[in-house]
Design a protein around this ligand. Structure first.
Ligand code: 5AD
Ligand code: SF4
Length: 452
């Protein structure tokens, strides 16, 4: 069996990788490590001994980039302490800022150029920084087997597509990750199978918009694969291996996907369905291509087919021109849906996006923050309400490890993605446990063992 864990070889030059941003970046770092291991490097978790320091970066909001600028200053201190340290910025920020980063670092590589990292590293000199920010219409790193860097060997990410063809007016991703392309489904199934053989119990299929996954077979159109079919192919590997996916787009999530989820016990009953705003006027300006009613209909459809489906979301507060009424529309939608949890953000204008060119970022900082705080407070109440409905229910939990607060308890996620805590009977990460919910907080289901 091929080893999917980092190799340890003290004689090799060392690479240290920090990852920022989304799950997709976590997986990209594993692809980068695979490419660099093949080129003779080995991973280190200690920056002080690294020959190469890489930051895999995110540009989604300005504060994400500011944080990384702070880290670059830290990396540069390493250069003062030791000779021959190479610093590289890869990923979305590399793609967005391109040669503007060359004054600060030695290597700049965009999300589609990771195969060239060994060449860039070979060519780099103190006075000769290297850059490759070409975007591709084909690159999916399909046959590269990511080297897994997660801690517990239970749950892994698999990229099923790259890029994004939506042009949400606030979003920088189409510019940093390029056009959408789907990965060969047979390489996806092979990767999932290999993870299962290595003891993994859960895979999460990743894409900016998984519902638009579509693989066209060059020879036989009958062998084309859509997302629902891909889900089924991965679910069939083993009933013991859970399948999750992220992110769904409200305009594209199909009934076929919802029915496929319902058919397989091991496809987790959780959909991350970013709404962004509850106001149809804002959604139009955001170019989301659905309105409030469409979103609510999709939620009703999901719940009619899968009554206990976890639904989570993303919300942006204070988008351009947002009125009190638009903000109230977001709050009332959240009350109507009762999301299990949400990622909530203040709008951050990103240079080059449609919104930055067309609409002034005109909601004052204080008002944006106030609206965001109202959204966060309301979501806290909704999470609690959603969790309270689970009291008395039985759940099958995949153990992640000991709970942080009490080593005699275990934690793990239910199919809905809710975090459960319960007394240990000596199980370990990767085991399944049946539990019953006894009480809840807004973040956790506190459970007892069945037959306790
Ligand atoms: N400002 C604030 N939040 C944003 N997101 C994307 N772009 C921006 C932006 N410019 C949020 C969206 C998206 C999540 C990944 O990040 O909610 O779903
Ligand atoms: Fe991921 Fe988007 Fe950040 Fe890029 S900009 S790392 S795609 S969250």
């Amino acid at each position: 069996m091929r080893d999917i864990r980092p190799i340890t070889d003290p004689s090799r030059p060392k690479v240290y990788i920090e990852t920022y941003g989304c799950q997709m970046n976590v997986n990209d770092s594993e692809v980068i490590l695979s490419i660099l291991q093949d080129a003779g490097y080995a991973l280190t978790e200690d920056m002080d001994e690294a020959n190469v320091i890489l930051a895999n970066t995110c540009s989604i909001r300005d504060n994400a980039e500011q944080r990384i600028w702070g880290r670059i200053d830290q990396f540069k201190l390493q250069k003062r302490k030791r000779d021959n340290v190479v610093i590289g910025i890869v990923g979305c920020m590399a793609e967005r800022l391109k040669d503007k980063l060359l004054e600060a670092v030695d290597i700049v590589a965009g999300p589609d150029s990771y195969r060239t990292l060994p060449d860039l590293l070979a060519a780099v000199r103190p006075d000769r920084p290297q850059i490759n920010v070409l975007l591709s219409h084909e690159e999916t790193y399909a046959e590269i087997s990511p080297v897994r860097m997660d801690r517990n060997g239970v749950s892994a990410f698999i990229s099923i597509m790259r890029g994004c063809n939506n042009v949400c007016s606030y979003c920088v991703v189409p510019y940093t990750r390029g056009a959408e392309r789907s990965r060969d489904p047979y390489t996806i199934v092979r990767e999932a199978q290999e993870l299962f053989e290595n003891g993994y119990k859960e895979v999460t299929l990743l894409g900016q918009n998984v519902d638009s996954y579509y693989w066209k077979d060059k020879e036989n159109a009958d062998r084309n694969v859509n997302f629902a079919q891909l889900l089924e192919m991965v679910a069939k590997i083993s009933p013991e291996m859970r399948v999750r996916f992220s992110t769904s787009h409200p305009k594209d999530i199909s009934d076929e996907v919802i029915y496929t989820m319902a058919m397989y016990e091991n496809i987790c009953k959780h959909i991350h369905l970013p709404v962004q705003s509850g106001s149809s006027i804002m959604l139009e300006k955001m170019r989301r291509k659905y309105d409030r009613e469409w979103y609510l209909e999709r939620v009703r459809k999901i719940r009619s087919v899968i009554p206990d489906c976890g639904i989570t979301t993303d919300v942006i507060a204070g988008f351009c021109g947002e009125t009190e009424q638009d903000h109230t529309d977001t709050l009332t939608l959240m009350e109507e849906v009762v999301f299990d949890s949400a990622f909530m953000f203040a709008y951050s204008e990103r240079p080059g996006t449609l919104a930055s060119r067309k609409y002034p970022d005109d909601i004052p900082y204080e008002l944006k923050t106030q609206r965001l705080n109202e959204i966060i407070a309301l979501q806290g109440r909704m999470s609690l309400k959603s969790n309270e409905k689970d009291v008395g229910k039985r759940m099958k939990v995949l153990v992640e490890g000991p709970s942080k607060k009490n080593p005699d308890e275990l934690c793990g996620r239910a199919s809905s993605n809710k975090m459960c805590v319960f007394p240990s009977r000596g199980e370990k990460a990767g085991d399944y446990c049946e539990v019953e919910v006894v009480s809840v907080t807004s973040a956790t289901l506190l459970c007892k063992r069945i037959n306790d």
